[in-house]
Structure formats: structure tokens, C-alpha cells
Design a protein around this ligand. Structure first.
Ligand code: PMP
Length: 288
């Protein structure tokens, strides 16, 4: 596999960054995860825009323009002959000294990894997922805004560790005030009647690109879609709950903190959204 690193494609075993890179020393950097389906890159422009927004907020100047970066993503897929892939775009502050000072880092590190997609087990989608709420709260936006898709994912990893320790695959993280935010790498939705609900970004969730796609699909399928503050009570009493993310797509949730959700099986609205989503990935996207 060939990896793009600072302007060149190199064999993956030779794709190495310095131990003085502030992406490694301090998590000082930003990233994106993108999917391609049968030769079409899904929502490429949206991912590139979000990467540039994350970088702008942390005052990191990406040394390539958007069009150039899009070209690198396409080339990464072509040189590795990948038709269905997961693409990881990373920009770090670059090499500096052992202090925090970002001014010492004069050249950002840019790399793009295009690899085969590691699909989640089928049974996850057929049977649905059991979730647990964890004690680790989602970062408050006033401290580290979850809109910044930064290399600093310890908040999410701490929550994931709690879930794993308790025997679960995924965690629900609450806000400082106890409202539902998101999972460690996915957004969360509930269905009740004709309503499709998801927490608003200001409570501290990433504006997921799959989240936006599912909200638009829901509208088209006749659901009334809203962003609303949600509690665990709302989740427990929903008819359906599911998670969304680029890698996971749409995952049904059938149990939360020991409570069965709806029938305890993936519900009809979730299945319709999954089918609609699958259709979109086949028809929309940037060809390479
Ligand atoms: N929340 C978090 C914390 C994430 O890391 C991700 C994955 N990027 C998501 C939600 C889902 O976002 P997207 O649909 O854009 O992949």
C-alpha cells in the first residue's frame, strides 16, 4: 500500500513521521475519515470543507488548496487500486521542539492513507447494538469544541474504555448538564412516531456528515426531523434508536442501559433509512 506523505507517495512501511511531530506529542492536528463506494467518493467536498474548518479554528494552515487535496485523495485511491475504501486524511502542526509553542512548528505534516474498509460484523446490523451510558462526559464546547475534528480523541477513548470494561462495544456520552450528546465515534438518533430526533450541535456533538445525510433522507421519507435536547429517558422510550458515522454508516441500537428499545429489534424506519443510504452511496459521489 502506498501512502501520501508530504508531497510524495511512499510504501506504507516507509511512511513515518518524527517523534517531534506535535500531532504525536500533543494531538495538535486535525483529521477526516472518508469512504468510497464502487469507485465513488461519498461526500468528498463536505469532508474537505470540514477538514479546512477544523484547521482554521486551530490556526493551522494546510499547505495544499482544497482542489489539490481532492486530487491527492483521488490519486491515493487510484495508486492503490481501491474501489471500496476508507480514506484517512491527517494534517498535523508538524515538527517542533518539546514545548507546546506551535510557532516552532514551521511545516505542517500532511498524510493520506487509503486502505480497504474494515466492515463491522453483519450481526451488528441484523441484531442491533447494546449501549451503555458512561461517566465520562463529552468535552464542553467552551473548552474543546467537538466540531474540531482534532487528533485529540482521549475524551472519546476514555468513554470507549469505560464501555469495553463494562462489556459493551460503544458508549453514550452525556453533556455536562446530563443531556445525550453522541457516541465515541458516531452520532445518535431516535425515532418516535413520525419524528426523527438528534441532539443539537451546541450541546457538544460533531456535525456528522452521515448525520446530515440521514436528516435529509428522513425528510424525504416523510419524517419530521428535528434537533432537540434529549435525555436518557427519551432514548429509553423511543421506538427506534440508531447511530450514524462514515465508517459504521447506520447501526441499529436495541438496548440502552438494560432497557429494551421499542421491539428490541432493528425497526422499520431504521431499515428504510439504511436502504435509502445504500442507494445514495451507489449513485452520489466523486468518481476517480
Ligand atoms: N462523532 C464523532 C465524535 C466522530 O468521530 C464521528 C466520526 N467522524 C462522528 C460523530 C460521525 O461523523 P461522520 O458522519 O461525519 O463520520
Amino acid at each position: 500500500m502506498n501512502v501520501y506523505l508530504n508531497g510524495k507517495f511512499v510504501e506504507h512501511a516507509k511512511a513515518m513521521v518524527s517523534v517531534f511531530d506535535h500531532g504525536l506529542l500533543y494531538g495538535d492536528g486535525v483529521f477526516e475519515g472518508i469512504r468510497s463506494y464502487d469507485g465513488l467518493i461519498f461526500k468528498l467536498r463536505e469532508h474537505i470543507d470540514r477538514l479546512f474548518e477544523s484547521a482554521h479554528t486551530i490556526m493551522l494552515k494546510i499547505p495544499l488548496g482544497k482542489a489539490q487535496l481532492i486530487e491527492v485523495v483521488k490519486r491515493s485511491l487510484r495508486v492503490n487500486r481501491l474501489h471500496n475504501a476508507y480514506i484517512r486524511l491527517v494534517v498535523t502542526r508538524g515538527v517542533g521542539d518539546l514545548g507546546l509553542d506551535p510557532r516552532k512548528c514551521t511545516k505542517p505534516t500532511v498524510f493520506v492513507i487509503a486502505d480497504k474498509i474494515q466492515l463491522y460484523p453483519r450481526r451488528l446490523y441484523e441484531r442491533g447494538l447494546s449501549l451503555i451510558t458512561v461517566a465520562t462526559q463529552r468535552n464542553v464546547p467552551e473548552a474543546l469544541n467537538p466540531q474540531i475534528k482534532s487528533l485529540n480523541y482521549l475524551n472519546n477513548i476514555l468513554a470507549k474504555i469505560e464501555a469495553i470494561n463494562a462489556g459493551y462495544e460503544e458508549a453514550i456520552m452525556l453533556s455536562h448538564s446530563g443531556y445525550v450528546t453522541e457516541c465515541t465515534g458516531e452520532n445518535i438518533f431516535l425515532v418516535k412516531g413520525r419524528r426523527l430526533m438528534t441532539p443539537p450541535p451546541y450541546i457538544g456533538v460533531l456535525r456528522g456528515i452521515t448525520r446530515r445525510t440521514v436528516m435529509e433522507l428522513g425528510e424525504r421519507q416523510g419524517l419530521s426531523v428535528c434537533e432537540e435536547l434529549l435525555t436518557r429517558h427519551d432514548l429509553f422510550n423511543a421506538e427506534e434508536v440508531f447511530l450514524t458515522g462514515t465508517a459504521a454508516e447506520i447501526v441499529p441500537v436495541v438496548r440502552i442501559d438494560g432497557r429494551l428499545i421499542g421491539s428490541g429489534r432493528p425497526g422499520p424506519a431504521t431499515k428504510r433509512l439504511q436502504a435509502g443510504f445504500r442507494q445514495l452511496t451507489k449513485t452520489e459521489g466523486v468518481r476517480y
